[in-house]
Design a protein around this ligand. Structure first.
Ligand code: S3P
Length: 427
């Protein structure tokens, strides 16, 4: 059990935010498909991204760590080779789903596995479109869970037009990566825009993409041209814990340095501002198509809001942290359309209701796909379970820090996305 004590003061000073997890994965995958050396700075050396590193090494890329930089020498778009062993994606849905898209068109066989959580997560959403392109992919049971085997692709790997039933960047990215190898262009149509890091990075590697509304078309290519350097911005999903904590703790005034503020990820800033938060976006800049900025956050009084629809994919990973903010707000917050929370590292909708209510009883309620938070109710010290979910662990920690403290059963799971989270919280 790790105990977090109440912080009886506001947050002050500057906090450096670790590299963006989604962009770090993509930097390794795409650099492995170029044929020149790439230096990636501010790479997130968390467990998820290291799963991608070990899979790409097994497929033939040379990847070395040098201080805080990662150096990658790719094997060319058509130069991947059959791995000698089963690929282990660990806890990482991004590793697994993006690599399924990359490997479906290859002429060799691959088998994937992952940890207990990943083995329970739905993979049919990726297998269905890849099968339409001509892939032969087999998973365990009717849900097509891990372990999954991809057979060597047949000659005709087809471009498709695919309307995605859920807004998922992992599914979209899998289809786009497969589309690089198809005979004709591939179009994916999203119900609402999900994070677009794959499209932005593919364009920076010289791939041809066209965007029209929620449709993205990718053209097959023979070669990707890697940039010499990629600089990964800080992860807004990791910054979210400090944005929320600084907002709800009296006397806070912090700067969060170099945070990615890509429009498809910045939903949390819009929602918190609607709730009354004081967040200033300073020193905006763009690199590799990705916007980043420094964020200044001072404490403020929050009020409940209602949102859903196209906002949800823009803040899907921040909902546990936002739920904490809502528990300190005046009035009720209603978050609609959050069914996707049920298929994350754990069922986050159930976890929020069951674990967060131990801290603030009768505050969190799930009705269908809607999460309702009755703000302003009393907070207590509680012992809570993270369910081995990094975002649950960090959200519980800030909930306890802003309230009456908390004990969590598993602190190690934060290594997935934010290895030094607790050092920053307690310093
Ligand atoms: C991610 C996409 C999202 C997000 C996950 C990272 C990515 O998942 O929740 O943490 O890097 O593409 P979905 O694609 O399942 O929405």
């Amino acid at each position: 059990m790790k105990k977090i004590f109440p912080l009886n003061h506001g947050l002050r000073g500057a906090i450096e935010i670790p590299g963006d997890k989604s962009i770090s994965h993509r930097s390794i995958i795409l650099s492995s498909l170029g044929d020149t050396a790439v230096e990636v700075s501010n790479f997130l050396a968390g467990a998820d991204c290291l799963s991608t590193v070990s899979c790409m090494k097994a497929l033939g890329a040379e990847i070395k760590q040098s201080g805080e930089k990662f150096l990658i020498k790719g094997c060319g778009l058509h130069g991947l080779h059959e791995p000698e062993n089963i690929l282990d994606a660990g806890n990482s849905g991004t590793t697994l789903r993006l690599l399924m898209g990359l490997l479906a068109p290859q002429k060799f066989l691959t088998t994937f596995t992952g940890d207990d959580s990943l083995r329970r997560r739905p993979m049919a959403r990726v297998i269905t479109p890849l099968a339409k392109m001509g892939a032969s992919i087999f998973g365990r049971n009717s849900n097509k869970n891990l372990p999954i085997t991809i057979l060597p692709a047949e000659k005709n790997f087809r471009g498709i037009t695919y309307e995605m039933p859920v807004a998922s960047a992992q599914v979209k990215s899998a289809i786009l990566l497969a589309g690089l190898f198809a005979e004709s262009p591939t179009t994916v149509i999203e119900p609402a825009p999900s994070r677009d890091h794959t499209e932005k990075m593919l364009a920076a590697f010289g791939a041809r993409l066209e965007k029209e509304g929620n449709a993205i078309k990718i053209f097959p290519t023979k070669k990707l041209t890697a940039p010499e350097k990629i600089s990964v911005p800080g992860d807004i999903s990791s910054a979210a814990y400090w944005i929320v904590l600084a907002t709800i703790l009296d006397g806070s005034n912090i700067i969060l340095e170099n945070v990615g503020v890509n429009e498809t990820r910045a939903g949390i800033l819009d929602v918190l501002k609607d709730m009354g938060a004081k967040i200033e976006i300073l020193n905006e800049r763009t690199s590799g198509g990705e916007r980043s900025a420094d964020l200044k956050v001072v404490s403020s009084k929050l009020h409940g809001v209602e949102f859903g629809g196209a906002t949800i994919p823009r803040l899907i990973d921040e909902i546990p942290a936002l739920a904490v903010a809502a528990a300190f707000a005046e009035g009720t917050t209603i978050i609609r359309d959050v069914a996707e929370l049920r298929v994350k590292e754990t069922d986050r909708l159930a976890a929020i209701v069951e674990e967060f209510n131990k801290i603030s009883p009768d505050t969190f309620q799930a009705t269908g796909d809607t999460l309702i938070i009755h703000g302003g109710r009393e907070k207590f010290f509680a012992e809570c379970k993270t369910r081995a979910d990094h975002r649950m662990a960090m959200s519980l920690a800030i909930f306890g820090a802003a309230g009456e403290g908390v004990a969590i059963d598993d602190e190690a799971c934060v290594k997935i996305s934010y290895p030094n989270f607790f050092d920053t919280l307690t310093c």
